[in-house]
Design a protein around this ligand. Structure first.
Ligand code: CAA
Length: 258
C-alpha cells in the first residue's frame, strides 16, 4: 500500500476522496503532494468500482498555490529539465469525473488544480486568484489557458495581470465555479453530486468527459465529429441497452458499467 504524507485518501461507496492535508503550508502544492495527488487520482481512475472523484482541502485552504519555498531557488533550466508541474498532465487526463470542493484559498496552483477538475463546488468562504504576477512569474499549471477558456479573455486577463483575489460570489458570476454552497454544507453537497455521477454508467461518463474536454481544445467541426463517434460507440455498451430498456419498461435501470 502507498503511504501518503500530504494527502488523505478514502473510498466511500463508488466515490474516491482526495483531501489535501498540509495545513502548516495552507496545502501549498510541492512535488511530493503533486506526486501523491496524481497517484491517488490515477489509482481511483483505474479502479472499476469508482465512478467519481472528489478533491478537497480544509475549510481555510483548498490550496494556497504551488510551494513557493520549494521553487524559489531553482533556475529556469532546473525547472525545465525536471518538467516542474509536468505530472499534473496525468491528473487532467483522468477519465473519471473529478469534483473540486473548494473552501478558503484556491490561489495560483490551487486555483489551477480546481480548473483541472470537471465541476467546481465552492463554499461561500472560497477565494480564488492567480497571484503569481506578484511573485515575478505567471501561472504555470494551466491558469492562463483554462481561465481564458472558462471566463473569456477580459476577466481572465484581469485576474492574471492584477493578481486580484475574488470571492465565491464573484467566482460564480464569472463562471469560475459550478455552484456556491454554505461552508458547512460543502462536503455533503460534494458527496451528493459525486454519488449522483458515480451511479451513472461508466462508459457514458468517460465518453461525456472526453467529449467535454474536446470542446476546450478543438474546432466546432472536430468536436462535433468526436461527439457523434462517441455517441455511436455507446450503442455497443450493455448500459445503453439497459438504460433504454428501463425507460421503455418504466423501471429504474440496473447498470453494469459495461
Ligand atoms: N507556498 C509555500 N508556503 C506557503 C504558501 C505557498 N504558496 N502559501 C502559504 N504558505 C505558508 C506560509 O509561508 C506560512 O508558513 P510559515 O508559517 O512557515 O511562515 C503558512 O503557509 C501560513 O501562511 P500565512 O501565514 O501567509 O497565512 P495568512 O493567513 O497570513 O495568508 C495567504 C494566507 C494570503 C494565502 C498567504 O499565505 C499567501 O499569500 N500565500 C501565497 C499565495 C500565492 O502567491 N500563491 C501562488 C504561488 S505560485 C504558483 O502557484 C505557481 C503556479 O502557477 C503553479
Amino acid at each position: 500500500a502507498v503511504e501518503y504524507e500530504t494527502i488523505r485518501v478514502e473510498q466511500r461507496g463508488r466515490v474516491g476522496w482526495i483531501t489535501l492535508d498540509r495545513p502548516e503550508a495552507l496545502n501549498a502544492l510541492n512535488t511530493r503532494s503533486m506526486t501523491e495527488v496524481v497517484a491517488a487520482a490515477t489509482a481511483f481512475d483505474d479502479a472499476p468500482d469508482v465512478g467519481a472523484i472528489v478533491v478537497t482541502g480544509s475549510e481555510k485552504a483548498f490550496a494556497a498555490g504551488a510551494d513557493i519555498k520549494e521553487m524559489e531557488g531553482k533556475s529556469g533550466l532546473e525547472m525545465s529539465l525536471s518538467d516542474h508541474f509536468g505530472a499534473w498532465g496525468r491528473f487532467a487526463a483522468v477519465r473519471t469525473p473529478v469534483i473540486a470542493a473548494v473552501s478558503g484559498y484556491a490561489l495560483g496552483g490551487g486555483c489551477e488544480l480546481a480548473l483541472m477538475c470537471d465541476i467546481i463546488l465552492a463554499s461561500d468562504r472560497a477565494k480564488f486568484g492567480q497571484p503569481e504576477i506578484q511573485l515575478g512569474v505567471i501561472p504555470g499549471m494551466g491558469g492562463t489557458q483554462r481561465l481564458v477558456r472558462a471566463l473569456g479573455y477580459y476577466k481572465a486577463a484581469e485576474l492574471v495581470l492584477t493578481g486580484r483575489m475574488i470571492d465565491a460570489g464573484e467566482a460564480e458570476r464569472v463562471g469560475l465555479v459550478s455552484r456556491v454552497v454554505p461552508a458547512a454544507d460543502l462536503l455533503n453537497e460534494a458527496d451528493a453530486v459525486a454519488r449522483t455521477i458515480a451511479e451513472k454508467p461508466l462508459p457514458a461518463l468517460y465518453a461525456a468527459k472526453a467529449a467535454l474536454d474536446v470542446a476546450l481544445e478543438s474546432t466546432l467541426a472536430e468536436g462535433l465529429r468526436f461527439e457523434r463517434q462517441a455517441f455511436f460507440a455507446l450503442f455497443d455498451t450493455a448500459d445503453q441497452k439497459e438504460g433504454m430498456a428501463a425507460f421503455r419498461e418504466k423501471r429504474p435501470p440496473n447498470f453494469t458499467n459495461r
